[in-house]
Design a protein around this ligand. Sequence first.
Ligand SMILES: Nc1nc2c(ncn2[C@@H]2O[C@H](COP(=O)(O)OP(=O)(O)OP(=O)(O)O)[C@@H](O)[C@H]2O)c(=O)[nH]1
Ligand SMILES: [Mg+2]
Length: 159
Amino acid sequence: MGLFDKLAGWLGLKKKEVHVLCLGLDNSGKTTIINKLKPSNAQTQDIVPTIGFIYLSRCLTCQVKADTETCGNITTNIKHRRIPILFFANKMDLRDAVSSVKVSQLLSLENIKDKPWHICASDALKGEGLQEGVDWLQGNKQAEQYMKVSRRTGSPSSG
Ligand SMILES: Nc1nc2c(ncn2[C@@H]2O[C@H](COP(=O)(O)OP(=O)(O)OP(=O)(O)O)[C@@H](O)[C@H]2O)c(=O)[nH]1
Ligand SMILES: [Mg+2]
């Protein structure tokens, strides 16, 4: 079972479609991360530079190559939606890799105030750090669902 399947199971989304947008700079490891999130029997050993979009079963995942301007545009488009954003500071195994804290500072993530975000250091080749990201998404989604139910039932909830 891949991490996407586990996530879908935990979220009770087995029969729903989960949309995940994966974007990052060229050669940053997007395809490797997505590949690792698939069930082991569906993973490929042969990852080549991606041109355009790729789609996964059950989860619609699109890989977009993005520079900071594109990132800015996307951020603007999702401005009014409380969509969780998970950052992977990938290739942490490289000797000159900077820490996830430093990446967070360089991207000024502390300025994102209106949606939940999280950053994980990852080594997509080994799959390290990916589980932490999925765990965070799961926790975040459950909290969101709890808040929706709480609002409906009038039981204690947060903003
Ligand atoms: N050392 C190291 N190499 C990695 C890691 N993740 C990916 N790579 C390697 O980096 C290269 C690019 O990985 P891809 O997954 O193709 O990157 P991408 O972002 O999808 O690249 P494009 O589709 O060309 O934009 C490949 O040679 C991967 O094996 C990592 O965590 N550590
Ligand atoms: Mg790719």
